[in-house]
Design a protein around this ligand. Structure first.
Ligand SMILES: O=C(Cc1ccccc1)Nn1cnc2ccccc21
Length: 325
């Protein structure tokens, strides 16, 4: 089958309506993790706040997973944990009839305050699913055998709504060719080679990092520290601010185009300098959408890059492709 879910854009995430046991929640589709977890009625009312909370007792198809638990920590220090069950999960038109659903009994403050999302739908590989005693399949892995094509696509926009589609590649959504690279899923991510970058149209080899992941759950573009340093050396007045948590510069500064290689094929995916500013932090100072990864080794290509392109995640041959749109 073919499905589409239109996420509502929110400054740093793309939310899509998901039906679980007949209850609809807005979930953050996240290719950088592999847990499907939801705000639940087991949380304190102060944690629930304005969020939609899933209530298993109101689902006629809910099945407990006795003794199972989960606990996740994301790279930005946020996290959640709780218990597990199975239910019917429907996205746009594809249905997983017995999908592991992780009930949050604890969530960190950043999720409580992010009133737009009622949980996450992981689209990474289930080897990093955190359910104990046995990791469970992601929604994509559950529906994959039933899809016409073993793919999902992400068409993230800046302010208008973006779109995730499962089971087909809508070729009207992009122009030119799809640049496809093999993915190494051994770390659980959509990970590929990336050993070159460009600043202002000039290409350089990246001696530091060698791989990157496509991560719709991260807002920024986190590159090797030496690459970030080289980029901001070309932004007048920029500085690495501990208080801001990264590179900042005068909002009036001229920002060069920045590109990163996708796979070893040579294709450089470029972000226009005018799209690199992520936020104003006050007093005419701006926070850059390109930042260092803190020496993590893996580069994290988040929404700042992905929203410039149409992205194809292929679970059949384990590849990642992007095209201009
Ligand atoms: O965790 C990461 C990668 C990351 C971000 C920042 C610093 C280091 C590493 N992304 N991510 C993937 N899913 C997420 C969900 C919430 C927060 C971040 C999320």
């Amino acid at each position: 089958g073919e499905v589409s879910a239109t996420p509502e854009p929110n400054e740093s995430e793309y939310l899509s309506p998901v039906s679980i046991g007949g209850q609809t929640l807005n979930l953050d589709f996240d290719t950088g993790s592999a847990d499907l977890w939801v705000f639940s009625t087991s949380l304190s009312s102060s944690s629930i706040g304005q969020h939609a909370a899933f209530d298993p007792s109101k689902s006629s198809t809910w099945e407990d997973y006795p003794g199972a638990s989960w606990q996740i920590m994301y790279g930005d220090g946020s996290g959640a944990s709780g218990t597990v069950g199975f239910d019917v999960v429907e996205v746009g038109g594809a249905t997983a009839s017995r999908q592991a659903v992780e009930i949050a009994t604890k969530v960190s403050s950043s999720f409580v305050s992010d009133v737009n999302n009622d949980g996450l739908l992981g689209l990474g590989f289930s080897k990093i699913n955190t359910i104990e005693p046995q990791p469970q399949k992601t929604f994509f892995e559950s529906v994959l055998p039933k899809l016409d094509q073993p793919v999902f696509t992400a068409d993230l926009e800046d302010d208008a709504a973006g779109t995730y589609e499962f089971g087909r590649v809508d070729t009207t959504k992009y122009t030119g060719m799809l640049h496809v690279t093999p993915v190494d899923s051994s770390n659980g991510f959509w990970e590929f080679a990336s050993t070159a970058y460009s600043i202002g149209g000039t290409t350089y080899q990246n001696s530091g990092a060698s791989t990157a992941i496509a991560d719709t759950g991260t807002s920024l573009l986190l590159v090797d520290d030496n690459v970030a340093q080289a980029f901001y050396a070309q932004v007048q007045g920029s500085q690495l601010s501990r208080t801001a948590g990264g590179y900042v510069y005068p909002c009036s500064a001229q920002v060069p185009d920045f590109g990163v290689q996708i796979g070893s094929s040579g294709f450089i995916a470029t972000i226009p300098g005018s799209d690199i500013t992520f936020a104003e932090v006050g007093q005419g100072t701006c926070f850059g959408g390109v930042q260092g990864n803190g020496g993590g080794g893996i580069q994290i290509f988040g929404d700042v890059l992905l929203k410039q392109y149409f992205a194809v995640f292929n679970g059949g041959n384990e590849s990642f492709g992007i095209a201009a749109k």
